[in-house]
Write a protein that binds this ligand. Sequence first.
Ligand SMILES: Nc1ncnc2c1ncn2[C@@H]1O[C@H](COP(=O)(O)OP(=O)(O)OP(=O)(O)O)[C@@H](O)[C@H]1O
Ligand SMILES: Nc1ccn([C@@H]2O[C@H](COP(=O)(O)O)[C@@H](O)[C@H]2O)c(=O)n1
Length: 230
Amino acid sequence: MSEFGFRGQVTLDGPSGTGKSSVARAVATRLGADYLDTGAMYRAATVAVLDAGVDLDDADGITRAVAAADIRIGTSAAAELVLVDGVDVAERIRGAEVTRAVSPVSAVPAVRRLLVDRQRALVAAADAVVVEGRDIGTVVLPDATCKIYLTAAPEVRAERRAGQLGVSDPARIAQIAADLRRRDEYDSSRADSPLRPAEDAIVVDSTGLDREAVVERVLDLAGTAVGDPA
Ligand SMILES: Nc1ncnc2c1ncn2[C@@H]1O[C@H](COP(=O)(O)OP(=O)(O)OP(=O)(O)O)[C@@H](O)[C@H]1O
Ligand SMILES: Nc1ccn([C@@H]2O[C@H](COP(=O)(O)O)[C@@H](O)[C@H]2O)c(=O)n1
């Protein structure tokens, strides 16, 4: 049951490691809404590209591999479902091989067109949905009910990601920070649908906030957007 009968779309965009997935999932659960992780779709597409042995400079080959793959993604906040050609890749998509390759794959315009069409179809099938990614407020759902752009200081993001991976060695944390920076630069500088806040997005800086405080802030903003009487 939704917290205040929410109907509509909450979008959460932002750089890597700002807390989009964890916050979006928790917000969707509290709203009784569907949850769509569009990053997982680009990661699943990357699995298809890697398995087809296509060079990451070959935009046509990448497009063919993604178009030929049967990519399925669940929209439940309770359980992650990511299948490529019937194989469960939910764990594999979080690995280093996919994370290294995903930005070049997602920069190919034809890949974006394919996946954005699917994202819009999944959203259209839901009364209430929380969608996270990089271009949701700007390109995928420009008329969304409530648009959030999540940020956090780079060093805080690297610490959080290190905590997630169980890493405490300062040299490895510096490497994690460099990897986050590299991916953000790639995602922000591509020609098609670069990472940036929508003009009407509300920026939430989570640097000094714990996850629950961010979730409460997003729920407040979603409530305000639909005229929550509370
Ligand atoms: N406000 C917060 N305070 C502390 N830790 C947080 C906060 N928000 C998220 N985290 C933690 O930071 C880590 C990264 O969060 P998450 O994976 O949700 O980020 P993301 O933006 O989806 O990353 P990516 O774009 O790389 O997928 C997780 O371990 C998560 O639990
Ligand atoms: N709407 C989106 C979502 C993601 N991407 C690309 O996928 C990569 C992985 O995303 P995560 O959220 O799972 O980290 C991301 O770095 C982008 O390259 C995208 O282009 N558009």
